[in-house]
Write a protein that binds this ligand. Structure first.
Ligand SMILES: [Zn+2]
Length: 619
């Protein structure tokens, strides 16, 4: 066997003239670890400083990337390194230190470049390649680069291990301290707020849909109050949850595609924890309901990103980029369309029950975001084929208006299977509460943050319109001591009123700590007002604002500067007949427009950078 003198780790003559010296595998491994670790930290720093702080974008991952990023760079580099080793072998050579540096740093530099969103893909790749080549050349010129990397590897490993252990320990300690710091608890009931992310009302048998998509909720509906016309404050996750937590209309908040919810307004979890509640959040939507977007405020326990095997691939920005949903070609090649690292409702239910069994002995407030109805609509068997009308399994396709009617129907069937799956999981959770003797002492709320569209108005998914399909959501409240059984509330209500309703139901001494009006009046006083049913969306961070309002049995939509629409809710629930231009409804249109204007006039000024639309009619 050939001895492997480390002194020979210097590369052989560049252009022939003698066999190149061989580097030991230990040196190559040490190089890989050191380079990946150092570039992993650069990736982490760029993600935090450039992507999150400078560009003000949601991080989309947890701080554990401080140790996961480097590991992920290493994982992605393995196959290219093997190919490089093979190529060298064919030439009778062995992998060199500079090869390892080149391969890993291409991934590493590109990862860093991706932190700056506006950079073009090919420009980023070119930049990464250029930097990696320069670095590998620099290494090639070093007298003994292997020695340098062997020395660096151990500290890199130690610091990674310490930061991983430190993060777990710090989270555990912070939770213990927060629990110990809770004030004395009162005698209030528990609260369980379940949000079916992307659950549209029109697809739920709970609300009269003919497919049995929610048999369990339907069976239980009579145990509480069902709201037949509940409206989400926004057609997408973050602003909708932000309203659900603060009671503020979406345009009072800064939560947006690129901005996390800031701390100017108190949240329901904060108010309840100040009343001695043990608070916990469990987010299935780890993109726009994670702690990094500001929704964890007030929760002493918050579970979002899972540290699983898949994070070895998605720990770095380049890994998240490769695994992103949009990489359709790669996905088609692999035949894999599920969201990488999706957390199922079953897992969230298990986490909830585990937490309930260990929670501090006091009333609890638990918030669940169940993400399964969100596209790409791939629930587990038997729900995947529950409503399929065509043979074979559902194949994910890009959702565009070019799809045939049969393809749209297929997507909707798959989506409704996911709704049925979520319904079964909610029932399992309620049973879990029941067996623990907690159900009747818990205010249970089931709702959605927004709906979903299947080519109605030539729109798919959500966040892109204010039509009923995107805004109408289920709402059911169960709490036998104070919520009457078997009641159906017909008036339109906004989820904006949920936080104050919850404070009212738990007997909080000052429910108006949060704005809005308690929905309790909908069954105690039919004449008492609830909040105006206003919804809004800020378009892709462009600060164009669109509003919609439900009043007098109509739905008025103001499409920013372009046009207005008016629909009659009861006779046209799918919103196919726009009445805005009909002279017969001109007065209604004027009144609803006026209502919108007066509500907006009462709201505090818009946040810097956002502009308030004109309050004159635009047609
Ligand atoms: Zn959502």
């Amino acid at each position: 066997m050939t001895p492997e003198p480390e002194a020979g780790s210097r590369p052989g003559p560049a252009a022939g003239g003698g066999a190149p010296a061989r580097v030991s595998w230990t040196t190559l491994a040490a190089t890989a670890i050191a380079v990946a670790g150092l570039l992993g930290w650069a990736d982490f720093a760029a993600s935090i400083l450039i992507h999150h702080r400078l560009l003000n974008r949601p991080l989309g991952t947890g701080y554990e990337i401080v140790w996961l990023a480097g590991t992920s760079l290493l994982v992605w580099s393995l196959v290219p390194l093997l190919i490089a080793a093979l190529a060298r072998k064919l030439r009778g050579q062995r992998l060199e230190v500079r090869d390892v540096v080149l391969v890993i740093s291409v991934f590493g530099f590109y990862s860093v470049a991706l932190s700056y969103g506006p950079l073009d893909v090919s420009a980023g790749l070119l930049l990464a390649l250029g930097l990696a080549l320069a670095l590998s050349r620099l290494v090639a010129r070093m007298a003994d680069p292997g020695r340098w990397f062997r020395r660096a590897a151990l500290p890199v490993v130690v610091v990674h291990a310490l930061s991983a252990a430190g993060m777990v320990g710090a989270a555990w300690l912070a939770e213990r301290r927060a629990a110990a710091g809770l004030p004395a608890a009162g005698q209030g009931p528990n609260v369980l707020l379940i949000v079916l992310d992307t659950g549209r009302k029109a697809s739920m048998s709970l609300h009269g849909y003919d497919r049995p998509t929610t048999p369990n909720l339907e069976r239980r509906a009579g145990e509480g109050v069902l709201f037949a016309n509940a409206v989400a404050p926004s057609p997408w996750t973050l602003p909708s949850h932000a309203t659900l937590f603060t009671g503020r209309y979406v345009h009072e908040l800064n939560a947006d595609f690129r901005t996390s919810l800031d701390s100017r307004y108190p949240t329901l979890a904060e108010v309840l924890s100040r009343s001695g509640y043990a608070t916990a959040g469990f987010a299935g939507n780890v993109i726009y309901a994670n702690a990094g977007v500001g929704l964890a405020r007030g929760f002493i326990h918050y579970e979002d990103h899972v540290v699983g095997l898949y994070r070895l691939f998605t720990g770095s920005r380049v890994g998240r980029w490769i695994c992103a949903e949009e990489r359709r070609n790669l996905r088609r090649l692999l035949g894999y369309y599920q969201l990488v690292g999706r957390k199922s409702a079953e897992e969230i239910g298990d986490a909830l029950l585990t937490w309930l069994d260990q929670r501090p002995a006091r009333p609890f407030f638990a918030f669940l975001n169940l993400y399964d109805p969100h596209d790409p609509y791939l629930p587990p068997p038997p729900f995947d084929s529950m409503f399929r009308t065509a043979p074979g399994s559902y194949r994910v396709k890009p959702l565009t208006p070019r799809l045939s009617a049969a393809e749209v129907a297929e997507a909707r069937e798959a989506y409704e299977g996911a709704i049925a799956y979520t319904d079964a999981q909610v029932e399992a959770m309620l049973r879990g509460l029941e067996t623990r003797g907690l159900l009747d002492s818990t205010v249970v709320i089931v709702t959605s943050d927004h709906g979903e569209q299947f080519n109605e108005h030539r729109k798919f998914t959500h966040a892109n319109s204010l039509y009923a399909q995107a805004l109408d959501v289920p709402l059911w409240i169960r709490y036998p001591p104070r919520v009457p059984a078997g009641r159906v509330v017909e008036r339109a209500v906004t989820l904006r009123d949920l936080p104050v309703t919850i404070l009212d139901l738990v007997g909080h001494p000052e429910p108006q700590t949060l704005p809005g009006r308690s929905l309790v009046v909908t069954w105690t006083d039919s004449t008492a007002a609830t909040s105006p049913v206003l919804a809004g969306v800020r378009w892709d961070g462009s600060h164009k604002e669109r509003y919609s309002i439900y009043a007098e049995g109509f739905h008025y939509i103001d499409h920013e500067t372009r046009f207005e629409e008016l629909f009659h809710v009861a006779s046209d629930p799918e919103e196919t007949r726009d009445l805005a231009a009909a002279p017969a409804w001109a007065e209604v249109l004027k009144r609803l427009r006026g209502q919108r204007d007066s509500i907006l006039a009462e709201l505090p000024p818009f946040l810097p950078g956002a502009r308030r639309p004109g309050t004159v009619a635009r047609r």
